[in-house]
Design a protein around this ligand. Structure first.
Ligand code: ATP
Length: 344
């Protein structure tokens, strides 16, 4: 089951703290959305507003067209999966997964059949008789997912669901979560502060900062064409170059950039992988400060001769890293540069 979600003009205060301000968001039925942002930006509060654990100070929550702003969690078509999984240690996996169905009054036989189907969906077929303590972290996470999906919510809310897993398992579970979501078609809203996780998993990323939405869109759009400097920096490493926009283009420490922008002080954002040996925007020779081999690229810090007090990060082609002190020619394609008004 699945449904679309609409958040309209949501504000929330905890006493003096403004946790959410002016949140308007539409999520399509069957979409996988991640809420991404630094600690304290309001992600969990927004998820709690969706799940019914927090009633917003202002605004409305609609799920499947129905106003649920004041509907308690158990009566909403949502299920929330918390980071600690909260499995019942004394119950078998089949009973853990069937718990919500039992609460809903489903008979034992039907419940066990449905729970077995869900354990199969998450790759734990035949493990129904086990207890949670006999499982690895990744397996517990799968049981929690099966239990959350057993009650067929329209919307599944996931709060840092992979936070307790080590990096390799996290990456594997990201792929699995996405594949399972595709199979069941339920709307997923997933909170994370990990930018790579958001990119790996989401149809759409919502970047939050200080209780507001800074940007929302596909991972590639936000990475390549962020709508704010904050979103640019949160989505990955970026070089910032100061400039002044005028009628003839943008003056920078490296010469003129042939791009139009409203007149005034600007900041140019340039991803490390956009720095190349050749391109229409020439930065010129730059001295290597340090460089390290990363498999797919060499990550180097470089001091450009035209502005030696600046340090640029570049992803150079893979190979032996250049020795510190060596000079490398740097340039970029003007279209790979994102321009923001200074202070925006
Ligand atoms: P994290 O990634 O650390 O969980 P977050 O982005 O999920 O952070 P929230 O937990 O939503 O952020 O918190 C948003 C703001 O609201 C923070 O300033 C936080 O201190 C505050 N806050 C959250 N819950 C409460 C509460 N129950 N009472 C008072 N203040 C709260």
């Amino acid at each position: 089951m699945t449904a679309e979600v609409r958040l309209e003009g949501i504000d929330h205060r905890f006493g003096e703290i403004r946790a959410l301000e002016g949140i308007d968001l539409e999520i399509g039925a069957g979409e996988y959305v991640t809420l991404l942002g630094p600690s304290g930006c309001g992600k969990t509060t927004l998820l709690s507003v969706l799940g019914g654990f927090v009633t917003p100070t202002r605004g409305a929550v609609r799920i499947g067209g129905r106003d649920v702003t004041r509907v308690p969690p158990a009566k909403r078509p949502t299920t929330t999966m918390f980071q600690d999984y909260a499995l019942f240690p004394h119950m078998s996996l089949i009973d853990n997964v069937g718990f919500g169905l039992r609460m809903a009054g489903m008979g034992r036989r039907a419940r066990r059949a449905r729970a077995a189907e869900l354990l199969e969906l998450v790759g734990l077929e035949g493990a129904g008789a086990k207890r949670p303590h006999a499982l690895s972290g990744g397996q517990r996470q799968r049981v929690a997912l099966a239990r959350a999906l057993a009650v067929e919510p329209d919307v599944l809310l996931l709060d840092e669901p992979l936070g307790a897993l080590d990096l390799a398992l996290r990456r594997q579970m990201q792929d699995e979560l996405k594949a399972i979501q595709r199979r069941v078609g339920t709307t997923f809203v997933h909170v994370t502060h990990d930018q790579e996780e958001a990119m790996a998993i989401a149809d759409r990323i919502v970047v939050m900062n200080a209780g507001r939405i800074e940007d929302e869109g596909t991972p590639s759009r936000i990475y390549r064409r962020p709508h704010s400097l904050f979103a640019a920096r949160f989505m990955g490493e970026t070089n910032r170059i100061a400039g002044r926009a005028g009628a003839g283009g943008i003056e920078t420490p490296y010469g003129r950039l042939d791009r139009a922008a409203p007149a005034g002080e600007v900041v140019l954002c340039l991803r490390p992988e956009s720095l190349r040996a050749a391109g229409a925007f020439r930065i010129g020779p730059a001295r290597v400060r340090d460089a390290a081999f990363f498999g797919t690229h060499v990550r180097a810090h470089l001091a450009p001769e035209a502005a030696p007090e600046e340090v640029l990060v570049a992803h150079l082609p893979p190979g032996d890293p250049p020795e510190p002190g060596r000079t490398v020619d740097l340039a970029a394609d003007p279209e790979d540069i994102t321009i923001f008004a200074r202070g925006a």
